[in-house]
Design a protein around this ligand. Sequence first.
Ligand code: ZN
Ligand code: ZN
Length: 231
Amino acid sequence: MLKITNIYDNIPCNSRFKPDWGFGCIVDYNDTRIIFDTGAKPNILESNLRAASIDPSTINIAIISHKHWDHIGGKGFLSQQNPNIKTFAPKTFFSKSVNCSKQTNLISKNITIQENLHLIISKNIWINELALVIESDKGLVVVSGCSHTGIHNIANKASKYLQKDIYLLYGGFHLFRTSEYNIRKLCSDLSSLKVKKIAPSHCTGEKAFKLLKQEFGDNFIQNGCGKEIII
Ligand SMILES: [Zn+2]
Ligand SMILES: [Zn+2]
């Protein structure tokens, strides 16, 4: 069983959820409940988890993709709810404010955290970023926070590392400042990587939403706060 529930996003989707700038989603994979990024404000995270009927104390693993405020804000709240939560975050530039759980693993290279669950690290000169990769029956599911290091780069690393095609690319694609020319190039790069479906959100940007929708057609999934995807 693999289910992804978007619980923190500035893109509205479900009226029971409060949209707010930032990103966070819950990945339920068999018996493991993961939160990937925690949004900006703990009270909004709490209210959206309630709207999704998710008890925060049942979250076993927290993955922080990168150090930005709009992804780390709810981490302290989650550690209060479950003091044994296992946390993964990128090693360098990691904000001390997030490091409040006993079991924080700072990651500097790709790792397997559990059977079929992997973390891929990508870097640029400003930032290190983690993406979660789930090996599903349908192919790889890649969850990314902001993709400052490039969504194509992250997708490429994931499929090379696991030698499998990507079924779903999910999260913030960070294309709001990217030119139309470069977004079109990205579309063809993702197609040549054989990415089947995409569910972009958060910092992807209006222009990119439009062009990606044109490129992927029925394989473009409208993502946003409260969206549930079952794979
Ligand atoms: Zn960011
Ligand atoms: Zn962000």
